[in-house]
Structures are given as C-alpha cells and as structure tokens.
Ligand binder design. Sequence first.
Ligand SMILES: [Zn+2]
Length: 375
Amino acid sequence: MQVYRLDDRGPVVVEIRDKLARLGLLPPGAASTEVFDQATDRAIRAFQQRRGLRVDGVVGMETYRALDEAHWRLGDRLLSFTAGHPYVGDDVAVLQQRLLDMGFDPGRCDGIFGKQTEGALREFQRNVGLMPDGTVGPKTLKALDMLRRTVTGGSPSELREEERLMRGSSVLAGRSVLLDPGHGGEDLGACAHELAESEVAFDLATRIEGRLGPLGVQTLLTRGADTCPDDVARATFANDTGADLLISLHTDAAQSPLPCGTATYFYGAELPHRVVSSAVGERLASLVQREIVARTDLLDCRTHPKAWQLLRMTRMPAIRLDVGYVTNAYDAARLRSPEFRDAVAEAVVAAVQRLYLPSDRDIAEGQFRMPALAG
Ligand SMILES: [Zn+2]
C-alpha cells in the first residue's frame, strides 16, 4: 500500500484520522479534515508506541493493519472461527480476556480468533446452557456480560504456559526447536563491513543446530540457504511443525555507525485492557540476552516486547535475537569472527537448556559447557 505521513492529504488520511478519533487519540470530529497534520503525526506515534510497533509516525502496512484491528469493539460483528482468514481485532482480544477471566482457555490473548479460542468459546457456551455453536451472537454476548468477573492473582494464560513448561522433563532430549534465520535468497538483510545479515543469520542457525542435535533436540529451519519465505509463511510453517520454541535470528543496522549492541525480543503488546505477553517467551528472551552478554563483549540493549507478525502469529514461545549492528565497526568485527559466532550459538543453547532446568539447579550464566548440557 501507499505510505502516509506528515503533510499528506486525501481520503485515506480522513480514514486514518477517523480511526484515531475512535481510539480517543484525536478529538471527535477529526475526520472532517483530510490533512495529515502535526496532531495526526503525534497520535500515530502514540498509537505505535502503545502497540509495540516501530515509532516513526508513518502509516505503512503494519500500522494501518493495527489501526484497523484496534477499532473493533466486542459486539460490532459476529465472531466465529474461519479457517484461513481468522477474525483479528481488539474485539477478539476482549473476548479472549473474558473467557480467560472465567477460567476457560482460549490460548494466548493475541486478538486472533483461532481454533483454541473457538474451543474455549464452545466450552463456555456449554457451561451456560447455550447452543455451543462457537459463534459470538447476541445471546452469547449477553451471557458474557452477565458472567463477567475479575480474577486476581496472575493471568491464567501465563500460569498455563508455565504449567506446560514444568510438565516437560528437565532435559532437552525430545524437545524441538525451530530456528528462523532472517532474510535469505535475494533479500540479504542489512549489509555493511563485508557482512550480509542473511548469511550471518544462516550461519548462526547452523552453529546452533550443530550444538542442539547432540543433546537430543530436534532442530528445524524455516528456510534454506537461498530462500526467503515471508513472515506469514514462516509463522504458518512454525505452527505446522508444532515445535516447542521458535528462535529468530537477525542482526541490527542503523543509519549512523554509532549504535551497537545486542537485543532480544519476545511477543508482547498493549491491548485495550491490559498488556499481554508470552511469559515463557519473555523468560527465554531474558535468558538468551543474559547468556550473550555474559559470553561476549557486546553492549546490552536488553529485552523488549514486540507485536511483530512472526512473534505474534506463532503459537509456541518465540523470540527474535538482533545480535550486534553490522553498521557498527566494532560489532561487525565481532560478527565476522567464527569464535564469536560460536560463543553466540553456545549462549543460545545454554539459554534453551536453562529454560527447561528446574530452578533448584540454576547455574550462573556463562557457566554451561557442552558436557553439562547433556545432563
Ligand atoms: Zn533482519
């Protein structure tokens, strides 16, 4: 789609301003102006900030999609499961939250009406004596409203994710990890200092794979050395494999040569009534971040929640690692070194191991060595 930014005008700007007004980010009646003015720019940035999107004041594909999803209120439309083209929006997120509050399990509160949300909805309908048709019609809406109650003491979805994690054995054998090297094929990603992001990512994936295999972990890759599936294809593939974890590998880049360091991202977003995030994703992200910082001399740019397509659409805990800036001479020198790449691969493997380790066997970061990992 065409991109809209400050000083643009036209009917799409009217639509954008209307959506912002409905979200309370512009005054009512904002849609009577067709200019993308300073106030629109500020409102878009505030919206992007809130949703975990790139904050640049520009309405491209992703921001437009998020704006569109945000304006749905529960009851605006009939919700049900539709294979292939699920309903997505804040109304779905509110529905999921209500189901969760009542002890049903719609999966992650991600605003996507998937199979599991349908299952939880039918379960709810059966419980209140309604026809379990999996559709949010007027009767179901009324029942949802009447039975609304607040659960305190932690989010059930987080507790469930936690429980699922603990049920597994503490060893890695039998787990499956999907590695997602960013970019690929014609898409080299960021290039600088004789480095191409796609090559670094693929090489890191290979090194991680080589270390996980001997530990009994099944590893899969989302792409070959010369292909570049888009994020939707990668997420669909990930969900089809049913892998336990997804680890996406990238390097960062900037216009300026100065930014440097390593950061790890997990799924998280601010929805109307609360912040949602993947508890296990967040834990894995912080473990990976800690291990890399302990094993290399990259600057610690910390972990952050993001609502990026790949993190959001994948059903398993997923993280994305942006290890170093290819545009920074210091980081680039590190990234070119095979020893450094090995250290990053070992950090990722140690973090995965640590994720499944009972807390009473916790070991200081940077301490895992390959023989210990097999235990
Ligand atoms: Zn990238």
